[in-house]
Design a protein around this ligand. Structure first.
Ligand SMILES: *Cc1c(COP(=O)(O)O)cnc(C)c1O
Length: 399
């Protein structure tokens, strides 16, 4: 066969069908051809809807964003290339040099790093405050404060922020309340139903749920805020990959089912761990011994979520790290991996991963000892999973 002429490289149209595809099509095109300069004017000036260049928006991102909008009860949210780029777009889109931020003192590690080390280089300063302490939140407000950035449930100690106080303080001082809702998810709490101005997700975690796509989401209630966030995201190039959006949308179909299953197993896991004589502490928000139990019940509707944190009893153990190593090795069917929200159970050890930059003393103040673990519970058969964890604790503590 002879080679086709060059002008046919893109000359064959995609076949049409009188029946429709059930699955969302994947559209990787970076660029879109317009019929005329007038038509392009119409698009750029908002008289006609359409795509031009994928960094500015593409269909797979829009479908995913609309689905997360529906879960959060907002409209006009956008998808970004990661949870961190969503947080960056929110802060850089709404803040200027000289502005001040109030942030939870146990935010995600990279959020803390950006606020502590990166934004000060651009003249934006932050006060870090315990968000369970309403008086401390109120006392941190200065005339320069513009934004309060919180997570509802902290990682890995699962403290529940005083969201009512945060909302009241932000309303009184006209601050933008920005909530990273990754950990809590819209199944347990929709921040914008409770006075938040901006909601953010690392879609990478529970919403996509399969640890195969890195993505973020951000939506603002005020259209002017949203326009600034969108422009920052497009200018900085926080574009999400269409394929990642497609994967995340597929993951999102089962979010509701996964969440219910993970939460119910996590609740049973917390009880089983609490009964074990070699477990010295269990943190799970709906347990009556949790420090924020009452707030967890009112704020999260009694939903304890999919994360359980616990401490192995290291009393009488010469080297607690040996105990941690033995437990992780004995629990070899469970991925020892620093993420959360995956369809499979993952185990993380803050002292050697997320919180390794802190000193032993700083970790101790947050309640994270050498034998403190966080488990993100997956959809495995609950009985099999719990039995494996208990057997691994038995093996590690009775060598
Ligand atoms: C993982 C995570 C992030 C960062 O998200 P990436 O998608 O990894 O960039 C931000 N906030 C929280 C609470 C997270 O768990």
């Amino acid at each position: 066969m002879s080679k086709p002429p060059v002008n046919l490289v893109r000359g064959v149209a995609f076949p049409t069908s009188s029946s429709r595809a059930v699955v969302t099509p994947l559209q990787p095109s970076v660029v879109y051809a317009s019929p005329s300069p007038d038509a392009l004017d119409d698009q750029y000036e908002g008289r006609a809807k359409g795509y031009t260049y994928a960094r500015e928006g593409h269909p797979n991102a829009d479908v995913l964003a609309q689905k997360i909008d529906q879960l959060e009860g907002v409209s006009g949210g956008i998808i970004t290339s990661s949870g961190m780029s969503a947080i960056t777009a929110g802060l850089l889109g709404l803040l200027s040099a000289g502005d001040h931020v109030i942030a939870g003192d146990q935010l995600y590690g990279r959020s803390l790093r950006m606020l502590k080390l990166d934004l000060p280089r651009f003249g934006i300063t932050t006060s870090f405050v315990d968000p369970t302490d309403a008086a401390a939140l109120a006392a941190a407000v200065t005339p320069q404060t513009k934004v309060m950035l919180l997570e509802v449930v902290s990682n890995p100690t699962l403290r529940v922020a005083d969201m009512q106080a945060a909302q009241d303080i932000c309303a009184k001082h006209n601050l933008i309340l920005m909530v990273d809702n990754t950990f809590t998810t819209p199944k347990a709490y929709c921040p914008c139903d409770h006075g938040a101005d901006v909601v953010i997700h690392s879609v990478t975690k529970l919403l996509a749920g399969h640890s195969d796509a890195t993505l973020g989401y951000i939506a603002a209630v005020d259209p002017d805020h949203m326009r600034r966030i969108y422009d920052t995201s497009v200018t900085m190039g926080f574009t999400p990959s269409p394929f990642d959006c497609w994967l995340a949308e597929r993951g999102l179909y089962s979010f509701d089912l996964r969440y219910d299953r993970c939460q119910s197993t996590a609740s049973d896991m917390a009880e089983a761990l609490a009964r074990h004589p070699k477990v010295s502490r269990v943190l799970y928000p709906t347990r009556s011994d949790h420090p924020d139990h009452n707030r967890a019940v009112t704020l999260l509707g009694g939903q304890g979520s999919h994360i359980v944190s616990f401490e192995l009893d290291a009393s009488g153990v010469a080297n607690p790290r040996d105990l941690s190593n033995a437990f992780v090795q004995a629990a070899d069917a469970i991925a020892f991996a620093p993420t959360l929200g995956d369809i499979g159970t993952t185990l993380s050890h803050p002292a050697s991963s997320s919180h390794r930059a802190l000193s032993v003393q700083e970790r101790a103040e947050l309640g994270m000892t050498e034998t403190f673990f966080r488990m993100s519970v997956g959809i495995e058969a609950p009985d099999v999973l719990i039995a494996q964890v208990i057997a691994a604790i038995d093996a590690a503590t009775n060598p």
